[in-house]
Design a protein around this ligand. Structure first.
Ligand SMILES: Nc1ncnc2c1ncn2[C@@H]1O[C@H](COP(=O)(O)OP(=O)(O)OP(=O)(O)O)[C@@H](O)[C@H]1O
Ligand SMILES: [Mg+2]
Length: 296
């Protein structure tokens, strides 16, 4: 029998985020964002820069306060960060004075203080070996390439034994070869550990190759889910086969067309006011702000 949570593991309902803008007005960046994610499903989230992708991801991580609506993970409404959700950001932010092993151990000690020392060591060693750093555990960040450092960042997340893995442009700073290697590392981990995951990316190839569904966000303010595209290449996915498949090209074109269409309705690429960035906005919103605050 399927467990109940197997149908919808994550439920994001009418999610809202308001940030104060430089004038002190509450500014609704995200409004009515709705998404249900099945257990073990991999979602990619794309959209124009500044539309609110990281905002949604960090709210799901519990690191960013929710202004309205709610998020349920495994039948429980979230009210802050918890080890069932781990995040990998673009920069791994490792402690420079600690080895790869100690960087990963830091989080494990925090989250599993009651677990025996031997078990903690096993968890850290396992996480580092899964990301391919089994022989480099003693290395310090300065002795590692950017790709290796990001592997430590991924190991640190995996070691918390999360149910949901959240990735915010995790390969954004890496060269394309390393990027592909790490995409494969993540795909393998998700399959092995049966994790549910969401990746924010600007790379449409990555969004299609990695995910089961690609969620396209509309432009902010009041950004929500614009469209959802099912990506049904069988798993395990073979990169060459997927990239050679005419359907891959069609999916990729679909995402590009969505982004292209949205860039037409976008106003100024980035609106600056009083030296502060207001982000990307629709023309009418920019005009309203300009009139209200008499800016040029
Ligand atoms: N702490 C904050 N205070 C005020 N406004 C914020 C804050 N964080 C984000 N914003 C604004 O919210 C909007 C969405 O930001 P967010 O970082 O979620 O976008 P994004 O889609 O992740 O962009 P990118 O692709 O460039 O990373 C932007 O207009 C941004 O300026
Ligand atoms: Mg972002």
């Amino acid at each position: 029998m399927l467990k109940k949570e197997n149908s919808q593991f994550v439920e994001i309902s009418n999610l809202v985020k308001e940030y104060p803008n430089p004038y002190g007005d509450d500014f609704r960046v995200v409004e009515d964002f709705n998404l249900k994610i099945k257990a073990g499903e991999f979602i990619s989230l794309i959209g124009h820069s500044g539309c609110g992708k990281s905002t949604v991801l960090t709210m799901l991580a519990g690191l960013n306060e929710i202004s309205g609506g709610g998020i349920i993970v495994g039948n429980k409404e979230i009210d802050g960060p918890a080890p069932d959700r781990a995040v990998v950001f673009q920069a791994p932010c490792l402690m420079p004075w600690m080895s790869a092993f100690d960087n990963v151990m830091l989080g494990v000690k925090n989250v599993y203080p009651h677990v025996s020392k031997q078990e903690r060591i096993q968890i850290v060693e396992y996480a580092l070996s899964v990301v391919g750093l089994g022989d480099e555990m003693k290395k310090y960040p300065r002795e590692m390439s950017g790709g290796m450092q990001q592997r430590v960042g991924i190991a640190r997340a995996i070691a918390l034994q999360p149910r949901v893995l959240l990735l915010d442009e995790p390969f954004g700073r890496l060269d394309s070869l390393t990027r592909m290697e790490l995409q494969d590392v993540i795909i393998e981990i998700l399959a092995k550990e049966k994790l549910t995951a969401m990746i924010v990316t600007h790379d449409v190839d990555e969004a299609v190759f990695m995910a089961d569904r690609c969620v396209m966000m509309s432009n902010g303010p009041k950004a929500g889910v614009g469209e959802i595209l099912e990506i049904d290449f069988p798993r395990p996915r073979n990169r060459k086969e997927v990239f050679d498949d005419p359907n891959f090209f069609a999916c990729r074109e679909h995402l590009l067309a969505f982004l292209e269409q949205r860039s037409h309705i976008k106003g100024d690429p980035r609106v600056f006011a009083n030296g502060k960035t207001l982000g990307f906005m629709d023309k009418e919103v920019v005009e309203e702000l300009r009139q209200k605050h008499e800016i040029v």
